[in-house]
Ligand binder design. Structure first.
Ligand code: ADP
Ligand code: ADP
Length: 232
């Protein structure tokens, strides 16, 4: 079963002589319950692809579907709703609210959406994130790795169809990065979450089930069950 599908997606920034062809016909599917990494050199189109898949940006050509919904062509209002209700994001900057505790940060999206958390799922997420004794702490009292795990738990708690993670370990040292990647991987293994992660770090990519390589706006290779050595 496919969670997200890109079919012949193109993206052009600007026009005429100044046009940049960031994506030149990308077709790739992402299975439900899988952890996929997107890798490639700087400027190869990774962020552009992620933004098009997540409905943060519109495509120039081709189609993107999320589950059964073709998102290409949806207006801004519908895209905003779709992102809010069906997609989770983790960014390089943790984007936690400093005055709220870890637990309040995790539960905030549900609160804003006026949705009651499914108590079993919430407990699963909090168990998996491994911060039981830190739930009452504010972000400033947590390490970078702990803060990013809170941000991941916040993305997970509404049980989105897919989580998009853009360089989630970019601001972390390798030990904290490993904590976050371990949490993302256990959320796939133990909670069945679907994750699509952009990274340029081979160690980060090795936590995924599959790596898709981009170059010059095209997918050029794929690797299953990557290790840091095979990704390089
Ligand atoms: P990556 O994430 O792999 O570094 P990007 O998707 O950010 O690659 O960029 C792909 C190409 O598109 C690059 O040539 C980049 O300069 C260009 N690009 C990205 N965003 C914009 C934009 N908003 N306007 C113009 N060009 C852009
Ligand atoms: P950078 O690539 O400079 O590190 P980020 O990864 O934080 O920046 O964000 C990349 C893009 O994702 C931004 O240009 C912005 O449009 C979008 N973005 C960032 N944070 C959010 C958010 N919390 N919700 C929705 N979109 C966001």
């Amino acid at each position: 079963e496919t969670a997200v599908q890109a079919s012949d997606v193109t993206k052009v920034y600007g026009s005429g002589d100044a046009a940049v062809h960031a994506l030149r016909g990308v077709s790739v599917g992402f299975a439900r319950g899988a952890f996929t990494a997107i890798m490639g050199p700087s400027g190869s189109g990774k962020s552009t692809l992620m933004h098009c898949l997540a409905g943060l940006d519109t495509v120039s050509g081709g189609r993107v579907t999320l589950g059964d919904t073709e998102i290409t062509g949806l207006d801004d209002r519908r895209l905003t709703l779709l992102r809010r209700e069906r997609v989770g994001f983790v960014f390089q900057a943790f984007n936690l609210l400093p005055t709220l505790t870890a637990e309040q940060n995790i539960l905030l999206p549900l609160k804003l959406a006026g949705r009651a958390p499914d108590p079993r799922w919430r407990d699963h997420v909090i168990e998996t994130v491994g911060l039981r004794d830190r739930l009452g702490h504010r972000p400033s009292e947590l390490s970078g790795g702990q803060q990013q795990r809170v941000a991941c738990a916040r993305a997970l708690v509404s049980r989105p169809e897919v989580i998009f993670a853009d360089e989630p370990t970019g601001n972390l040292d390798s030990r904290s990065g490993a904590e976050v990647l371990g949490f993302l991987r256990s959320s796939v293994r133990e909670l069945g979450q679907t994750i699509i992660m952009v990274t340029h770090d081979p160690v980060a990519a090795s936590y995924a089930d599959r790596v898709v390589f981009l170059r010059d706006g095209l997918t050029v290779a794929e690797l299953r069950d990557p290790t840091p050595e095979t990704v390089l």
